[in-house]
Ligand binder design. Structure first.
Ligand code: NAD
Length: 715
């Protein structure tokens, strides 16, 4: 029977096994009445010894019902606040039962899940990789509104709870125990409830065991309260420091800090009420709605295979050939081996391939040193990678991915050489970042099985893979690339072929607009600062230095050579500028001796004086709002053009891809979602203003007016 199963044993211990409708337990509409009825019944028990809260699902408890949260409006905010208070009241009653309450944590306890655990006197978790604990609400623009902030502050103090509350850090049970969030870990899932019961029996006569630390007489918050001198000094500086980090674009961390500081000032129950008010405020913000939409609903849609052909059966990759053991190839080899896939890592000579494998060795050793992997497991993973300079080793690969130099002739050559090594039905993928897949596929004997699999650097850290379908790419190849990306635990977006695909093409506009602003005479530091002010992780000039002017110049030169120059608008000025930097001044980027900036041995950087002398004009003054909008709107417009022309197949791919691949500001929920929140009519009007003032690259794409006329949003 679904619900909260209630079972009392001979020792007087009641085990509540949460088994709600659906695949997970969550704070859905049925949770409130069920928890209330359960606590009512526990309070009415006569000979109760203790309570164990357990779960019948794979995870312990999944947290809030995001669908419901996303729908809260100013009209329903009052009702929502009351709902929060009701959830809290029941958890408060649970922790104030006169007997000890233990949580037996068998799987992930995130958000509301951890909040239930925190309302138990004792928390024991299964020591397994699948078990994660944390309060990730901040990553969705929300705050833990089930008592999470207040209990964490009373349990750990302000400083120690920072990473959990403000960063939404999720930890495994061992780390959670170390941090003081749980009391014990057990090796076997089957021992959980037994151990929880044993603890209850052992503490039957220990009065403190049934009283939460914050309800004990003389309780002191670890690290002190608002009157403790060290904290009293620090608190006024905390908000400005936080805003410096979030640039004032994210209301959730600010509100969390506000509630956390309140918890240091007022009594426990008042703090709980302030927390409910905080969540009620956040849940109505556009930022939270954007983040929930993209990081939850659209991300699940993308990862769930909305862009994968549904009629192709699962295509597991068993042996992958990686051509080129440079920066990208070595990363692709590492993530593949980590997923248990056999890898042949091939370069022009064996030494280069061995060096490429060395990268995996370095990353694995780090894991072992940190205690995150055993030495045996490291050897197992390493044994999966065969360095090679011989095509014969590629025999039987069901997937080959090339990551050799960005050169069409070379890529054609290796396609011809290695395609025959593929197993029957095998797929050949290119990790090119700028060359059209359809043209690369011209060298293929089987273009139906030729596809773009575009990784981001560094491969082991970046979560996105952009899959590009050439004109002739077939469904099986797409399914294969998609399933491979999921196998290596990446998020795959699927796009149609275009110069620069979706991500590189859209991102390039940020770099180009940055360069235009330099040429117009704005100070480079101001340009970089205003890029960060819109929420991009790095300013356009700094990131151009990282990407390297050299690479941008080569890409532009290749496009000119292939007859693609200016396909997306006149880029001749940018091309001349980059040529001036690289060819005339040897400013190829950070790793080529410097770009817009000089990089010094002590890690500091200073502006390259020549660019300032040549271009900076103090008399030029552009409104900050215009500069910010230029840097943002260029990218948004390019993303819309990708949607309009069918490069993007879905809005979800566009939003998820822009955040995870390009670093679109998280508050926007992605470049396309940005237009929904901005308002389609207002967006068109602002584009027209920018176009009149700065050029027709700001013309609003027709798709916006079409959506507006149809009374639709981008979804
Ligand atoms: P890299 O210069 O670091 O590595 C290229 C490797 O290919 C070198 O080790 C080289 O020896 C090897 N190689 C050359 N010819 C070969 C051949 N015939 N057979 C086998 N190996 C050969 O380059 P990279 O940065 O790793 O980029 C590789 C590819 O990935 C390029 O197409 C690039 O556009 C693309 N890419 C790069 C990035 C990035 O951020 N660097 C991101 C996405 C895609």
């Amino acid at each position: 029977m679904s619900g909260f199963n209630y079972e009392k044993d001979g020792d007087g211990i009641v085990t509540i096994t949460m088994d709600m409708d659906g695949p997970v337990n969550s704070m859905s509409a049925e949770y409130g009445p069920m928890m209330k009825a359960t606590v009512d019944r526990l309070e009415a028990e006569s000979d109760l010894t203790g309570v164990v809260i357990a779960s019948a699902k794979k995870t312990f408890f999944a947290g809030g019902d995001l669908k419901m949260l996303a729908q809260v409006t100013s009209e329903t905010a009052g009702e929502f606040f009351e709902g929060c208070e009701a959830v809290k009241a029941d958890l408060r009653r649970l922790e104030r039962l006169p007997v000890p309450v233990a949580a037996a944590i068998n799987g992930a306890a995130l958000g509301g899940g951890l909040e239930i655990c925190l309302a138990c006197n004792y928390r024991v978790a299964w020591d397994d990789k699948s078990v994660k604990l944390g309060l990730p609400e901040v990553t969705l623009g929300l705050l833990p509104g089930g008592g999470g902030i207040v209990r964490m502050i009373h349990l750990l103090g302000l400083m120690a709870s920072n990473e959990f509350l403000l960063e939404g850090k999720q930890v495994d049970p061992a780390r959670a125990k170390e941090a003081g969030i749980i009391h014990e870990v057990v090796a076997s899932r089957d021992e959980l409830v037994g151990l929880a019961k044993a603890w209850i029996l052992a503490n039957k006569d220990n009065e403190d065991a049934a009283v939460q630390p914050w309800d004990r007489k003389g309780h002191k918050i670890p690290g002190g309260n608002a009157n403790t001198p060290s904290l009293a000094q620090m608190i006024p500086a905390a908000a400005p420091m936080l805003i410096k980090k979030t640039r004032g674009l994210l209301p959730a961390p600010e509100k969390i800090l506000d509630v956390a500081v309140s918890a240091l000032r007022v009594d426990f129950d008042t703090a709980l009420r302030i927390e409910s008010r905080g969540l009620t405020y956040l849940v109505q913000t556009a930022v939270a709605k954007n983040m929930i939409n993209t990081f939850f609903f659209q991300l699940n849609k993308v990862n769930g295979g909305a862009s994968r052909p549904s009629d192709v059966e699962p295509q597991a990759t068993k042996k992958v050939g990686v051509l080129g053991a440079g920066m990208m190839g070595q990363g692709i080899a590492y993530v593949s081996a980590m997923a248990g896939i056999e890898v042949v890592l091939k370069d022009i000579d064996k030494d280069a391939a061995i060096k490429g494998k060395g990268y995996s060795e370095k990353l694995l050793q780090k894991r072992v040193d940190k205690g995150r992997m055993t030495a045996e497991k490291m050897q197992e993973v390493l044994a999966l990678i065969t360095p090679s300079a011989d095509n014969a080793d590629l025999e039987g690969c069901d997937l080959i991915i090339e990551a050799v130099f960005e050169n069409m002739t070379l890529k054609h050559k290796i396609t011809k050489e290695t395609e025959p090594c593929l197993a029957e039905g095998g797929v050949w993928g290119s990790n090119t970042s700028t060359l059209p897949i359809t043209e690369l596929a011209e060298a293929s004997i089987n273009p139906e099985n030729f596809i773009g699999i575009h990784f981001f650097s560094p491969v082991d850290k970046m979560p996105l893979v952009e899959i590009i379908c050439g004109e002739q790419t077939g469904d099986v190849a797409l399914a294969k690339a998609f399933d491979f990306a999921r196998q290596i635990r990446k998020t795959p977006i699927v796009v149609n072929d275009s110069l620069g695909f979706f991500t590189s093409r859209t991102f390039a506009t940020y770099l180009e607009e940055g360069a235009r602003l330099v040429m117009e005479g704005l100070h480079p530091i101001k340009i970089d600062n205003l890029g960060k002010a819109i929420g991009m992780p790095v300013g356009p000039l700094t990131i151009q230095d990282e990407v390297s002017q050299e690479l941008s110049r080569k890409a532009q030169a290749t496009w000119v050579e292939l007859g693609y120059a200016d396909r997306f608008g006149d880029q001749s000025q940018y091309r001349d500028f980059i040529d001036w930097m690289v060819l005339e001044n040897d400013r190829g980027g950070r790793h080529h001796g410097g770009g817009y900036y000089d990089y010094h041995a002590d890690g500091s950087k200073t502006l390259w004086p020549v660019v300032v002398d040549k271009y900076y004009k103090p008399e030029v003054s552009l409104a900050d709002e215009d500069v910010k909008d230029r840097l943002l709107f260029r990218q948004v417009i390019e993303a819309l053009k990708c949607l309009e022309s069918g490069v993007l197949r879905t809005v979800a791919d566009g939003n998820v891809g822009s955040i995870m691949g390009i670093g679109a500001p998280v508050w926007t929920g992605g470049f396309i979602q940005f237009v929904n929140t901005y308002g389609l009519d207002k967006f068109i009007a602002r584009c027209e203003e920018l176009s009149a003032a700065y050029g027709d690259r700001f013309d609003p794409p027709a798709i916006v007016a079409e959506k507006l006329a149809a009374g639709e949003n981008f979804s």
